[in-house]
Ligand binder design. Structure first.
Ligand code: ADP
Ligand code: MG
Length: 321
């Protein structure tokens, strides 16, 4: 690399404009964080490797934004408030334009969700971005996958399928294949794929109302299955109630939407006696959709508008599957 590791950190990642809980940020051997009294720390890490998690054609600004956004989504699913993150970056070469755009995208998400970068590691190697993220949650209020109870209503926090359509469009572009999506739809879906919006504010509200929560990264069917297994319960889902992209009109397109993944919206359960309070608390702030109910019998039953059980491809994304 023509710039030193120190220069890269200093130029593209350093900031001394840190919130109060960051006592020591970038620049020392490690960061020092002060934990608010009565809080617990929620931690997660996610790695993005070129060719596995993203296409080489992704604009670096989108890559920076998305790398942090998908980590933030894990915090949202736990009802945590973002607090700080570290970045382990492996770069094949020093590319100033790339680093400028990547760090700007990363910074955009960090600013939007009030989650500062406090340290990391910079090495040479195949392009890989690994982010470790941490959030705060009041003691005992983290939302788990395992809390769903029989009779709880199941909700989805946003639209499913747009990111999947965006990825499909990018594949089509790469293979010079025509796309039957309109230009406007294409733009919207690719944007959804590049700039997922983690539902941090919704997750924070859910502390008071939800019994269990998961974020939809591998696909609605796969991620809800994880929640059901962790809670030792089953679910009955009304297929027509699932909030799919308007671009999905046929049954097959809707099935693709609920299995494609990378939506980064929340899927959560609310006990019946908390439902009215929940809906009035979020009114005007979040658009959520009730899609079904938790039942005693294990497994997931998806029911069509004729009352018949449908067959779903249960598998979500699995690197070793
Ligand atoms: P050490 O050799 O002690 O591990 P480094 O030279 O790797 O220290 O890092 C110097 C400082 O820069 C540390 O505070 C580290 O956390 C930070 N840092 C390194 N790489 C990054 C990065 N990609 N983003 C943010 N901070 C980084
Ligand atoms: Mg180091």
């Amino acid at each position: 690399m023509s710039a030193s590791e120190f220069d890269i950190i200093q130029r593209f990642f350093y900031s001394d404009d840190n919130p109060e809980h960051i006592r020591v940020g970038i620049g020392d051997d490690a960061a020092v964080i002060s934990i608010p009294a009565g809080s617990e720390v929620v931690s997660s890490v996610d790695t993005l490797n070129q060719g596995v998690h993203f296409l080489a054609s992704i604009p670096p600004a989108a890559l920076g934004y998305k790398a942090l956004a998908i980590n933030l989504s894990d915090l949202a699913a736990m009802a945590a408030t973002p607090a700080w993150f570290t970045l382990s970056l492996s770069l094949p070469e020093y590319d100033e334009d790339w680093l400028n755009a990547f760090s700007a995208g990363l910074k955009k998400a960090a600013t939007q969700f009030l989650c500062p970068l406090v340290g990391g590691d910079t090495t040479r190697g195949p392009l890989s971005i690994s982010i470790a993220i941490h959030g705060f949650v009041p003691q005992g209020q983290a939302l788990l996958r395992s809390g769903a109870k029989c009779g709880d209503s199941i909700y989805v926090g946003g639209t499913l399928g747009e990111s999947g359509l965006g990825l499909q469009a990018l594949f089509n572009q790469q293979n010079n294949e025509t796309d039957n999506q309109s230009a406007a739809a294409l733009k919207k879906h690719i944007h959804a794929h590049y700039y997922p919006q983690p539902q941090i504010a919704l997750g924070e509200m859910l502390r008071h109302f939800a019994s269990a929560c998961v974020d939809v990264s591998d696909g609605f069917i796969a991620d809800l299955t994880h929640l059901l297994e962790a809670s030792h319960v089953g679910a009955e889902i009304q297929f027509d109630a699932i909030p799919c992209s308007l671009a999905c009109t046929t049954e097959q397109e809707k099935i693709t939407a609920i299995t494609a993944g990378e939506d980064y919206v929340l899927c959560f359960c609310v006990a019946k006696d908390k439902e009215a309070a929940f809906l009035s608390a979020i009114a005007g702030q979040h658009t959520v959709k009730k899609v079904g109910e938790i039942v005693h019998e294990r497994g997931m039953k998806v029911i069509n508008n004729q009352g018949r059980a449908m067959t779903m491809p249960h598998k979500g994304w699995d690197h070793f599957g």
